[in-house]
Design a binder for this molecule. Structure first.
Ligand code: NAG
Ligand code: NAG
Ligand code: NAG
Length: 527
Protein backbone atom coordinates (compact mmCIF):
# COMPACT_ATOMS: atom_id res chain seq x y z
CA UNK A 1 0.00 0.00 0.00
CA UNK A 2 2.77 2.38 1.04
CA UNK A 3 4.81 1.52 -2.03
CA UNK A 4 1.80 2.20 -4.27
CA UNK A 5 1.43 5.60 -2.71
CA UNK A 6 5.14 6.22 -3.24
CA UNK A 7 4.91 5.27 -6.91
CA UNK A 8 1.94 7.60 -7.32
CA UNK A 9 3.93 10.37 -5.69
CA UNK A 10 6.88 9.78 -7.97
CA UNK A 11 4.61 9.84 -11.02
CA UNK A 12 3.03 13.05 -9.77
CA UNK A 13 6.43 14.68 -9.21
CA UNK A 14 7.57 13.58 -12.69
CA UNK A 15 4.39 15.02 -14.23
CA UNK A 16 4.78 18.29 -12.41
CA UNK A 17 8.44 18.64 -13.23
CA UNK A 18 7.94 17.87 -16.90
CA UNK A 19 5.16 20.41 -17.28
CA UNK A 20 6.96 23.10 -15.33
CA UNK A 21 7.39 26.37 -17.19
CA UNK A 22 10.95 26.88 -18.43
CA UNK A 23 12.89 30.09 -18.87
CA UNK A 24 14.56 30.02 -22.28
CA UNK A 25 16.97 32.28 -24.12
CA UNK A 26 16.27 32.35 -27.84
CA UNK A 27 19.03 33.91 -29.97
CA UNK A 28 18.03 34.83 -33.55
CA UNK A 29 19.87 38.12 -33.94
CA UNK A 30 20.25 38.43 -37.73
CA UNK A 31 18.76 41.47 -39.40
CA UNK A 32 17.07 39.39 -42.07
CA UNK A 33 13.33 38.99 -42.37
CA UNK A 34 13.39 35.28 -43.18
CA UNK A 35 15.66 34.42 -40.25
CA UNK A 36 13.46 36.49 -37.96
CA UNK A 37 10.36 34.61 -39.12
CA UNK A 38 12.04 31.43 -37.88
CA UNK A 39 12.94 33.07 -34.56
CA UNK A 40 9.46 34.49 -34.02
CA UNK A 41 7.94 31.13 -34.95
CA UNK A 42 10.02 29.41 -32.32
CA UNK A 43 9.10 32.02 -29.71
CA UNK A 44 5.39 31.61 -30.51
CA UNK A 45 5.51 27.83 -30.09
CA UNK A 46 7.39 28.16 -26.77
CA UNK A 47 5.00 30.80 -25.42
CA UNK A 48 2.00 28.69 -26.44
CA UNK A 49 3.53 25.84 -24.45
CA UNK A 50 3.55 28.11 -21.37
CA UNK A 51 7.27 28.86 -21.20
CA UNK A 52 8.98 32.15 -20.51
CA UNK A 53 11.18 33.45 -23.30
CA UNK A 54 13.88 36.08 -23.64
CA UNK A 55 14.28 36.70 -27.36
CA UNK A 56 17.32 38.36 -28.90
CA UNK A 57 15.98 39.72 -32.17
CA UNK A 58 16.29 42.47 -34.75
CA UNK A 59 12.57 42.33 -35.50
CA UNK A 60 10.69 42.86 -32.21
CA UNK A 61 6.93 42.33 -32.02
CA UNK A 62 4.47 45.21 -32.38
CA UNK A 63 2.87 44.51 -29.02
CA UNK A 64 4.43 43.37 -25.79
CA UNK A 65 3.37 39.91 -24.66
CA UNK A 66 3.08 38.06 -21.38
CA UNK A 67 6.15 35.93 -20.55
CA UNK A 68 8.16 37.44 -23.41
CA UNK A 69 11.12 39.81 -23.05
CA UNK A 70 12.79 41.11 -26.19
CA UNK A 71 16.36 42.31 -26.52
CA UNK A 72 16.06 44.62 -29.49
CA UNK A 73 19.02 44.66 -31.88
CA UNK A 74 17.16 46.52 -34.61
CA UNK A 75 19.25 49.68 -34.62
CA UNK A 76 22.42 47.64 -34.92
CA UNK A 77 20.81 45.72 -37.79
CA UNK A 78 19.76 48.89 -39.57
CA UNK A 79 23.28 50.26 -39.26
CA UNK A 80 24.87 47.09 -40.63
CA UNK A 81 22.28 46.85 -43.40
CA UNK A 82 23.08 50.41 -44.49
CA UNK A 83 26.73 49.39 -44.73
CA UNK A 84 25.86 46.23 -46.66
CA UNK A 85 23.64 48.16 -49.06
CA UNK A 86 26.61 50.23 -50.10
CA UNK A 87 28.08 46.98 -51.41
CA UNK A 88 26.82 46.79 -54.97
CA UNK A 89 27.85 43.13 -55.24
CA UNK A 90 24.86 42.05 -53.14
CA UNK A 91 22.28 43.63 -55.50
CA UNK A 92 20.19 41.32 -57.65
CA UNK A 93 21.27 42.95 -60.92
CA UNK A 94 24.92 42.32 -60.02
CA UNK A 95 24.42 38.69 -59.11
CA UNK A 96 23.50 37.59 -62.65
CA UNK A 97 25.95 34.97 -63.88
CA UNK A 98 28.12 35.24 -60.76
CA UNK A 99 29.51 32.40 -58.67
CA UNK A 100 27.89 31.79 -55.29
CA UNK A 101 29.03 34.49 -52.88
CA UNK A 102 28.42 32.02 -50.05
CA UNK A 103 31.69 30.41 -51.13
CA UNK A 104 33.71 33.62 -50.95
CA UNK A 105 36.13 34.56 -48.21
CA UNK A 106 34.28 37.85 -48.04
CA UNK A 107 31.09 36.06 -46.96
CA UNK A 108 32.96 34.29 -44.15
CA UNK A 109 34.48 37.58 -43.03
CA UNK A 110 31.09 39.28 -43.25
CA UNK A 111 29.26 36.71 -41.06
CA UNK A 112 31.92 37.04 -38.37
CA UNK A 113 31.89 40.80 -38.50
CA UNK A 114 28.11 40.69 -37.97
CA UNK A 115 28.40 38.36 -35.00
CA UNK A 116 31.24 40.35 -33.51
CA UNK A 117 29.09 43.48 -33.54
CA UNK A 118 26.09 41.60 -32.17
CA UNK A 119 28.13 40.23 -29.25
CA UNK A 120 29.29 43.79 -28.61
CA UNK A 121 25.78 45.25 -28.41
CA UNK A 122 25.29 46.98 -25.02
CA UNK A 123 21.75 45.61 -24.47
CA UNK A 124 22.91 42.06 -25.13
CA UNK A 125 26.07 42.42 -23.04
CA UNK A 126 23.95 43.78 -20.19
CA UNK A 127 21.64 40.76 -20.30
CA UNK A 128 24.50 38.28 -20.50
CA UNK A 129 26.46 39.96 -17.69
CA UNK A 130 23.60 40.17 -15.22
CA UNK A 131 24.18 37.47 -12.56
CA UNK A 132 20.45 37.54 -11.75
CA UNK A 133 19.53 36.24 -15.23
CA UNK A 134 19.01 32.47 -15.21
CA UNK A 135 17.98 30.17 -18.06
CA UNK A 136 17.07 26.50 -18.37
CA UNK A 137 18.46 26.32 -21.91
CA UNK A 138 19.71 28.59 -24.65
CA UNK A 139 18.74 28.14 -28.29
CA UNK A 140 21.18 29.68 -30.75
CA UNK A 141 20.67 30.15 -34.46
CA UNK A 142 23.90 28.98 -36.06
CA UNK A 143 25.00 31.09 -38.99
CA UNK A 144 28.63 30.27 -39.81
CA UNK A 145 29.97 31.65 -36.52
CA UNK A 146 30.75 29.01 -33.88
CA UNK A 147 31.95 31.47 -31.24
CA UNK A 148 28.40 32.25 -30.06
CA UNK A 149 28.51 28.87 -28.26
CA UNK A 150 30.03 30.79 -25.33
CA UNK A 151 26.57 32.06 -24.37
CA UNK A 152 25.46 28.71 -22.89
CA UNK A 153 28.26 28.19 -20.31
CA UNK A 154 27.57 31.70 -18.95
CA UNK A 155 24.28 30.33 -17.65
CA UNK A 156 25.57 26.81 -17.00
CA UNK A 157 22.69 25.41 -19.02
CA UNK A 158 22.33 23.18 -22.09
CA UNK A 159 23.00 24.59 -25.56
CA UNK A 160 20.59 23.84 -28.40
CA UNK A 161 21.74 24.70 -31.92
CA UNK A 162 19.28 25.76 -34.58
CA UNK A 163 20.14 25.33 -38.27
CA UNK A 164 17.98 27.55 -40.47
CA UNK A 165 18.74 25.72 -43.72
CA UNK A 166 18.89 22.24 -45.15
CA UNK A 167 21.35 20.07 -43.19
CA UNK A 168 24.96 20.36 -44.34
CA UNK A 169 28.40 19.32 -43.16
CA UNK A 170 29.31 22.60 -41.50
CA UNK A 171 26.38 22.51 -39.09
CA UNK A 172 26.40 18.73 -38.58
CA UNK A 173 30.07 18.95 -37.64
CA UNK A 174 28.96 20.63 -34.39
CA UNK A 175 27.18 17.50 -33.14
CA UNK A 176 28.67 14.68 -35.19
CA UNK A 177 31.31 13.86 -37.78
CA UNK A 178 31.46 15.45 -41.22
CA UNK A 179 29.08 13.51 -43.48
CA UNK A 180 30.53 11.77 -46.52
CA UNK A 181 30.79 14.29 -49.39
CA UNK A 182 30.27 11.55 -51.97
CA UNK A 183 26.54 11.62 -51.27
CA UNK A 184 25.89 14.85 -49.34
CA UNK A 185 26.58 18.23 -50.90
CA UNK A 186 27.88 21.52 -49.53
CA UNK A 187 25.14 24.04 -48.74
CA UNK A 188 26.33 26.32 -51.54
CA UNK A 189 26.68 23.58 -54.13
CA UNK A 190 24.96 23.43 -57.50
CA UNK A 191 24.94 19.63 -57.46
CA UNK A 192 22.24 17.26 -56.24
CA UNK A 193 22.92 13.67 -55.17
CA UNK A 194 23.42 11.11 -56.72
CA UNK A 195 26.69 12.69 -57.84
CA UNK A 196 28.74 12.02 -60.94
CA UNK A 197 32.46 11.25 -60.71
CA UNK A 198 33.50 14.89 -61.16
CA UNK A 199 30.79 16.16 -58.83
CA UNK A 200 32.02 13.80 -56.12
CA UNK A 201 35.54 15.10 -56.56
CA UNK A 202 34.31 18.68 -56.44
CA UNK A 203 32.38 18.08 -53.20
CA UNK A 204 35.41 16.41 -51.60
CA UNK A 205 37.60 19.30 -52.74
CA UNK A 206 35.13 21.82 -51.26
CA UNK A 207 35.12 20.13 -47.86
CA UNK A 208 38.91 19.82 -47.82
CA UNK A 209 39.46 23.40 -48.97
CA UNK A 210 36.94 24.91 -46.54
CA UNK A 211 38.18 22.75 -43.66
CA UNK A 212 41.71 23.98 -44.29
CA UNK A 213 40.63 27.61 -44.47
CA UNK A 214 38.47 27.23 -41.35
CA UNK A 215 41.24 25.47 -39.44
CA UNK A 216 43.99 27.88 -40.45
CA UNK A 217 42.17 31.21 -40.50
CA UNK A 218 38.63 31.14 -39.16
CA UNK A 219 38.94 29.12 -35.97
CA UNK A 220 41.85 31.19 -34.58
CA UNK A 221 39.82 34.32 -35.38
CA UNK A 222 36.74 32.84 -33.66
CA UNK A 223 38.79 31.88 -30.63
CA UNK A 224 39.99 35.45 -30.27
CA UNK A 225 36.43 36.78 -30.41
CA UNK A 226 35.28 34.05 -28.01
CA UNK A 227 37.96 34.83 -25.43
CA UNK A 228 37.62 38.60 -25.74
CA UNK A 229 33.85 38.59 -25.41
CA UNK A 230 33.09 35.80 -22.97
CA UNK A 231 35.94 36.00 -20.49
CA UNK A 232 34.90 39.54 -19.60
CA UNK A 233 31.20 38.74 -19.31
CA UNK A 234 31.91 35.54 -17.36
CA UNK A 235 33.97 37.52 -14.85
CA UNK A 236 31.02 39.86 -14.27
CA UNK A 237 28.71 36.91 -13.74
CA UNK A 238 31.24 35.25 -11.47
CA UNK A 239 31.64 32.11 -13.59
CA UNK A 240 34.49 30.72 -15.64
CA UNK A 241 33.96 29.63 -19.21
CA UNK A 242 35.32 26.45 -20.74
CA UNK A 243 37.75 26.48 -23.66
CA UNK A 244 36.43 27.41 -27.09
CA UNK A 245 36.48 23.78 -28.26
CA UNK A 246 34.67 22.51 -25.19
CA UNK A 247 31.94 25.12 -25.64
CA UNK A 248 31.48 24.74 -29.40
CA UNK A 249 31.22 20.94 -29.38
CA UNK A 250 28.97 20.71 -26.35
CA UNK A 251 25.61 21.25 -28.05
CA UNK A 252 22.87 19.05 -26.57
CA UNK A 253 20.72 19.11 -29.66
CA UNK A 254 20.56 20.40 -33.22
CA UNK A 255 17.14 21.44 -34.52
CA UNK A 256 17.07 21.61 -38.30
CA UNK A 257 14.70 23.71 -40.34
CA UNK A 258 14.51 21.05 -43.02
CA UNK A 259 12.71 17.82 -43.84
CA UNK A 260 13.45 14.87 -46.15
CA UNK A 261 10.31 15.64 -48.19
CA UNK A 262 12.00 18.87 -49.36
CA UNK A 263 15.72 18.15 -49.16
CA UNK A 264 18.24 15.35 -48.84
CA UNK A 265 17.51 12.61 -46.27
CA UNK A 266 20.71 13.12 -44.28
CA UNK A 267 21.77 10.43 -41.82
CA UNK A 268 21.45 12.37 -38.58
CA UNK A 269 22.92 11.71 -35.13
CA UNK A 270 20.40 10.93 -32.38
CA UNK A 271 20.36 14.52 -31.16
CA UNK A 272 19.57 16.18 -34.49
CA UNK A 273 15.92 16.58 -35.46
CA UNK A 274 14.05 17.77 -38.54
CA UNK A 275 11.43 20.33 -37.54
CA UNK A 276 10.74 22.26 -40.77
CA UNK A 277 7.29 23.79 -40.92
CA UNK A 278 7.07 24.67 -37.22
CA UNK A 279 7.01 28.40 -38.02
CA UNK A 280 3.80 28.15 -40.05
CA UNK A 281 0.76 28.85 -37.89
CA UNK A 282 -1.64 25.90 -37.83
CA UNK A 283 -4.49 28.29 -38.54
CA UNK A 284 -3.65 30.34 -41.64
CA UNK A 285 -4.34 34.05 -41.20
CA UNK A 286 -7.09 35.37 -43.50
CA UNK A 287 -5.90 37.40 -46.50
CA UNK A 288 -6.35 41.17 -46.48
CA UNK A 289 -9.66 41.91 -48.24
CA UNK A 290 -8.04 43.46 -51.32
CA UNK A 291 -5.75 40.51 -52.03
CA UNK A 292 -8.52 38.06 -51.25
CA UNK A 293 -10.74 39.72 -53.88
CA UNK A 294 -7.97 39.66 -56.48
CA UNK A 295 -7.40 35.95 -55.86
CA UNK A 296 -11.09 35.03 -55.74
CA UNK A 297 -11.85 36.83 -58.97
CA UNK A 298 -8.97 35.47 -61.07
CA UNK A 299 -10.85 33.27 -63.58
CA UNK A 300 -7.72 31.52 -64.83
CA UNK A 301 -5.98 31.28 -61.50
CA UNK A 302 -3.16 33.20 -59.85
CA UNK A 303 0.62 33.08 -60.20
CA UNK A 304 2.51 34.35 -57.16
CA UNK A 305 5.99 35.79 -57.75
CA UNK A 306 8.39 36.72 -54.94
CA UNK A 307 12.17 36.76 -54.78
CA UNK A 308 12.07 36.62 -50.97
CA UNK A 309 12.84 39.31 -48.45
CA UNK A 310 16.60 39.74 -48.94
CA UNK A 311 16.81 39.86 -52.72
CA UNK A 312 14.64 42.68 -53.89
CA UNK A 313 12.85 42.72 -57.24
CA UNK A 314 13.35 46.48 -57.16
CA UNK A 315 17.10 45.79 -57.50
CA UNK A 316 16.59 44.04 -60.84
CA UNK A 317 17.78 45.94 -63.90
CA UNK A 318 15.19 48.08 -65.74
CA UNK A 319 15.36 45.76 -68.71
CA UNK A 320 14.64 42.72 -66.54
CA UNK A 321 11.67 44.39 -64.84
CA UNK A 322 10.17 45.63 -68.13
CA UNK A 323 10.63 42.36 -70.01
CA UNK A 324 9.01 40.45 -67.13
CA UNK A 325 6.04 42.84 -67.11
CA UNK A 326 5.63 42.48 -70.90
CA UNK A 327 5.76 38.69 -70.62
CA UNK A 328 3.27 38.64 -67.72
CA UNK A 329 0.88 40.82 -69.77
CA UNK A 330 0.55 37.98 -72.33
CA UNK A 331 -0.79 35.58 -69.68
CA UNK A 332 -4.43 34.85 -68.94
CA UNK A 333 -3.59 34.33 -65.28
CA UNK A 334 -3.45 37.01 -62.63
CA UNK A 335 0.09 37.67 -61.40
CA UNK A 336 0.80 38.83 -57.85
CA UNK A 337 4.35 40.18 -57.74
CA UNK A 338 6.00 41.07 -54.45
CA UNK A 339 7.70 44.28 -55.59
CA UNK A 340 9.13 46.78 -53.14
CA UNK A 341 8.40 49.89 -55.17
CA UNK A 342 6.32 51.21 -58.05
CA UNK A 343 6.50 50.48 -61.76
CA UNK A 344 5.09 52.29 -64.79
CA UNK A 345 2.72 50.66 -67.27
CA UNK A 346 1.73 47.75 -65.06
CA UNK A 347 -0.60 45.45 -67.08
CA UNK A 348 -4.13 44.94 -65.70
CA UNK A 349 -3.47 41.29 -64.81
CA UNK A 350 -0.41 42.14 -62.68
CA UNK A 351 -0.67 43.34 -59.08
CA UNK A 352 2.36 44.64 -57.23
CA UNK A 353 2.48 44.14 -53.47
CA UNK A 354 5.12 45.84 -51.33
CA UNK A 355 4.56 43.20 -48.70
CA UNK A 356 2.96 39.79 -49.28
CA UNK A 357 1.35 37.56 -46.63
CA UNK A 358 3.02 34.55 -48.21
CA UNK A 359 1.50 31.62 -46.26
CA UNK A 360 -2.03 33.00 -46.77
CA UNK A 361 -1.42 33.45 -50.52
CA UNK A 362 0.02 29.94 -50.82
CA UNK A 363 -3.00 28.54 -48.98
CA UNK A 364 -5.50 30.05 -51.45
CA UNK A 365 -7.13 27.36 -53.63
CA UNK A 366 -7.01 29.59 -56.71
CA UNK A 367 -3.20 29.71 -56.69
CA UNK A 368 -1.61 27.88 -59.63
CA UNK A 369 2.05 28.02 -58.66
CA UNK A 370 4.77 30.07 -57.02
CA UNK A 371 7.74 31.72 -58.78
CA UNK A 372 10.46 31.90 -56.12
CA UNK A 373 14.17 32.42 -55.58
CA UNK A 374 14.20 29.02 -53.87
CA UNK A 375 14.97 30.15 -50.31
CA UNK A 376 14.47 27.52 -47.62
CA UNK A 377 11.39 29.22 -46.18
CA UNK A 378 9.76 29.56 -49.57
CA UNK A 379 10.30 25.94 -50.61
CA UNK A 380 9.18 24.77 -47.15
CA UNK A 381 6.00 26.82 -47.31
CA UNK A 382 5.36 25.63 -50.88
CA UNK A 383 5.57 22.00 -49.78
CA UNK A 384 3.52 22.70 -46.65
CA UNK A 385 0.67 24.00 -48.82
CA UNK A 386 1.27 21.58 -51.73
CA UNK A 387 2.10 24.30 -54.29
CA UNK A 388 4.50 23.62 -57.20
CA UNK A 389 7.26 26.15 -57.88
CA UNK A 390 9.33 27.74 -60.62
CA UNK A 391 12.66 28.58 -59.03
CA UNK A 392 15.16 31.25 -60.03
CA UNK A 393 18.02 30.55 -57.60
CA UNK A 394 20.41 33.45 -57.07
CA UNK A 395 22.86 32.69 -54.28
CA UNK A 396 23.37 31.00 -50.92
CA UNK A 397 21.51 27.73 -50.47
CA UNK A 398 19.03 28.50 -53.25
CA UNK A 399 20.83 26.45 -55.91
CA UNK A 400 20.97 23.38 -53.68
CA UNK A 401 17.32 23.85 -52.70
CA UNK A 402 16.16 24.13 -56.31
CA UNK A 403 18.31 21.17 -57.31
CA UNK A 404 16.35 19.14 -54.80
CA UNK A 405 13.01 20.59 -55.95
CA UNK A 406 13.57 19.68 -59.61
CA UNK A 407 14.88 16.23 -58.70
CA UNK A 408 11.79 15.58 -56.64
CA UNK A 409 9.66 16.82 -59.54
CA UNK A 410 7.60 19.57 -57.93
CA UNK A 411 9.25 22.44 -59.75
CA UNK A 412 11.13 23.82 -62.71
CA UNK A 413 14.43 25.69 -62.60
CA UNK A 414 15.03 28.87 -64.58
CA UNK A 415 18.48 30.43 -64.60
CA UNK A 416 18.83 34.02 -63.48
CA UNK A 417 19.68 36.08 -66.57
CA UNK A 418 19.01 39.50 -68.01
CA UNK A 419 16.67 37.99 -70.59
CA UNK A 420 15.21 35.29 -68.34
CA UNK A 421 11.65 36.37 -69.30
CA UNK A 422 11.93 34.07 -72.34
CA UNK A 423 12.80 30.96 -70.34
CA UNK A 424 10.39 31.91 -67.60
CA UNK A 425 7.60 32.05 -70.16
CA UNK A 426 8.46 28.55 -71.39
CA UNK A 427 8.48 27.29 -67.78
CA UNK A 428 5.13 28.95 -67.05
CA UNK A 429 3.60 27.31 -70.13
CA UNK A 430 4.95 23.91 -69.05
CA UNK A 431 3.67 24.44 -65.51
CA UNK A 432 0.16 25.32 -66.76
CA UNK A 433 -0.05 22.43 -69.23
CA UNK A 434 1.63 19.61 -67.35
CA UNK A 435 -0.17 18.55 -64.17
CA UNK A 436 2.69 16.38 -62.91
CA UNK A 437 4.25 19.22 -60.87
CA UNK A 438 1.06 19.94 -58.97
CA UNK A 439 0.45 16.24 -58.39
CA UNK A 440 3.98 15.85 -57.05
CA UNK A 441 3.67 18.94 -54.83
CA UNK A 442 0.49 17.50 -53.26
CA UNK A 443 2.14 14.12 -52.78
CA UNK A 444 5.18 15.64 -51.06
CA UNK A 445 2.92 17.83 -48.96
CA UNK A 446 1.24 14.68 -47.72
CA UNK A 447 4.65 13.24 -46.81
CA UNK A 448 5.65 16.53 -45.16
CA UNK A 449 2.59 16.40 -42.90
CA UNK A 450 2.78 12.67 -42.13
CA UNK A 451 4.65 12.85 -38.84
CA UNK A 452 4.11 11.53 -35.35
CA UNK A 453 3.92 15.07 -34.06
CA UNK A 454 3.32 18.47 -35.62
CA UNK A 455 6.71 20.17 -36.08
CA UNK A 456 5.79 22.94 -33.62
CA UNK A 457 4.98 20.37 -30.93
CA UNK A 458 8.14 18.47 -31.76
CA UNK A 459 10.24 21.60 -31.30
CA UNK A 460 8.76 22.16 -27.86
CA UNK A 461 9.11 18.48 -26.98
CA UNK A 462 12.85 18.32 -27.73
CA UNK A 463 13.65 21.54 -25.93
CA UNK A 464 11.80 20.32 -22.83
CA UNK A 465 13.48 16.93 -23.25
CA UNK A 466 16.95 18.49 -23.26
CA UNK A 467 16.18 20.37 -20.06
CA UNK A 468 14.53 17.39 -18.33
CA UNK A 469 17.44 15.09 -19.16
CA UNK A 470 20.08 17.63 -18.11
CA UNK A 471 21.45 18.20 -21.58
CA UNK A 472 20.65 14.76 -23.04
CA UNK A 473 24.26 13.52 -22.83
CA UNK A 474 23.05 10.01 -23.72
CA UNK A 475 22.17 11.21 -27.24
CA UNK A 476 25.58 12.70 -27.89
CA UNK A 477 27.31 11.21 -30.91
CA UNK A 478 30.34 9.10 -29.95
CA UNK A 479 31.99 10.40 -33.12
CA UNK A 480 32.61 13.71 -31.33
CA UNK A 481 34.86 12.16 -28.73
CA UNK A 482 37.52 10.68 -30.98
CA UNK A 483 39.99 12.57 -33.15
CA UNK A 484 39.89 12.37 -36.92
CA UNK A 485 42.96 10.15 -37.26
CA UNK A 486 41.35 7.45 -35.12
CA UNK A 487 38.08 7.70 -37.06
CA UNK A 488 39.79 6.91 -40.35
CA UNK A 489 42.16 4.40 -38.66
CA UNK A 490 45.30 6.33 -39.50
CA UNK A 491 46.91 4.68 -36.45
CA UNK A 492 46.08 1.27 -37.87
CA UNK A 493 47.50 2.34 -41.21
CA UNK A 494 50.75 3.42 -39.56
CA UNK A 495 50.92 0.18 -37.59
CA UNK A 496 50.25 -1.91 -40.70
CA UNK A 497 52.92 -0.08 -42.66
CA UNK A 498 55.35 -0.60 -39.82
CA UNK A 499 54.56 -4.31 -39.70
CA UNK A 500 54.85 -4.54 -43.45
CA UNK A 501 58.21 -2.81 -43.31
CA UNK A 502 59.44 -5.19 -40.62
CA UNK A 503 58.16 -8.12 -42.63
CA UNK A 504 60.00 -6.94 -45.72
CA UNK A 505 63.11 -6.37 -43.66
CA UNK A 506 62.90 -9.85 -42.10
CA UNK A 507 62.23 -11.50 -45.45
CA UNK A 508 65.17 -9.75 -47.03
CA UNK A 509 67.45 -10.75 -44.23
CA UNK A 510 66.20 -14.35 -44.42
CA UNK A 511 66.49 -14.50 -48.19
CA UNK A 512 69.90 -12.89 -48.12
CA UNK A 513 71.10 -15.28 -45.47
CA UNK A 514 69.99 -18.17 -47.62
CA UNK A 515 71.52 -16.83 -50.79
CA UNK A 516 74.73 -15.99 -48.97
CA UNK A 517 74.79 -19.52 -47.64
CA UNK A 518 74.00 -20.86 -51.10
CA UNK A 519 76.78 -18.89 -52.75
CA UNK A 520 79.11 -19.92 -49.93
CA UNK A 521 78.34 -23.61 -50.50
CA UNK A 522 78.71 -23.06 -54.26
CA UNK A 523 82.15 -21.58 -53.69
CA UNK A 524 83.03 -24.47 -51.38
CA UNK A 525 81.94 -26.95 -54.05
CA UNK A 526 84.10 -25.19 -56.62
CA UNK A 527 87.04 -25.35 -54.34
C1 NAG B 1 3.06 32.98 -18.26
O1 NAG B 1 3.74 31.96 -17.55
C2 NAG B 1 3.07 31.48 -16.42
C3 NAG B 1 3.96 30.43 -15.78
O2 NAG B 1 5.25 30.90 -15.65
C4 NAG B 1 1.74 30.88 -16.80
O3 NAG B 1 1.05 30.47 -15.66
C5 NAG B 1 0.93 31.90 -17.58
O4 NAG B 1 -0.24 31.28 -18.06
C6 NAG B 1 1.72 32.45 -18.73
N1 NAG B 1 0.97 33.49 -19.38
C7 NAG B 1 0.63 33.41 -20.67
C8 NAG B 1 -0.17 34.55 -21.21
O5 NAG B 1 0.94 32.48 -21.38
C1 NAG C 1 28.27 20.61 -21.57
O1 NAG C 1 26.87 20.53 -21.46
C2 NAG C 1 26.41 19.85 -20.34
C3 NAG C 1 24.90 19.74 -20.46
O2 NAG C 1 24.31 20.97 -20.57
C4 NAG C 1 26.86 20.57 -19.09
O3 NAG C 1 26.42 19.88 -17.95
C5 NAG C 1 28.37 20.70 -19.09
O4 NAG C 1 28.80 21.47 -18.00
C6 NAG C 1 28.84 21.34 -20.37
N1 NAG C 1 30.29 21.30 -20.45
C7 NAG C 1 31.03 22.38 -20.65
C8 NAG C 1 32.48 22.15 -20.72
O5 NAG C 1 30.53 23.48 -20.81
C1 NAG D 1 5.35 16.43 -67.43
O1 NAG D 1 6.55 16.71 -66.73
C2 NAG D 1 7.23 15.55 -66.25
C3 NAG D 1 8.38 16.00 -65.41
O2 NAG D 1 9.24 16.88 -66.08
C4 NAG D 1 7.65 14.70 -67.44
O3 NAG D 1 8.29 13.53 -66.96
C5 NAG D 1 6.41 14.33 -68.25
O4 NAG D 1 6.81 13.63 -69.41
C6 NAG D 1 5.64 15.57 -68.65
N1 NAG D 1 4.38 15.19 -69.27
C7 NAG D 1 4.00 15.66 -70.45
C8 NAG D 1 2.68 15.20 -70.94
O5 NAG D 1 4.70 16.44 -71.10
Amino acid sequence: MASRKMILNVILILMVSSSEALRLLVFFPLYSKSHSILGQGMVSRLLEAGHEVVHITSFPRDKSEANLTEINLQSLGVKMKAEAEKLEQFKLKNLVGKGNFGDSLFFIYFTHEIHKQILDDPALVKLLSDPKEKFDAVILEWFFADEIAGIAPLFKCPLIWFGSTEAHWQVLKLVDEIPNPSFTVDLFSNSTPPLSFWERIRELYKVLKKSLIIGALITPFEKTIYNNVFNKIAAERGVTIPSYDEAVYNGSMLLLNSHPSIGTPFRLPQNAKYIAGYHIDTKVKPLPKEIENIMNEAKHGVIYFSMGSNLKSIDMSDYMQKSLLTMFSTLKQTVIWKFEGDLDNVPTNVHLLKWAPQPSILAHPNLKFFITHGGQLSTTEAVHFGVPVIGIPVAGDQHANMGSVTKKGFGILVNLAENMAINLQIAIKEMLENTSYTTKAKELSHIFHSRQQKPGDELVFWIEYVVNTRGAPHLRSPALSIPFYKKIYLDLLVLSMLLLYLLVLATRRFVCKRCRRASKSKKEKKN
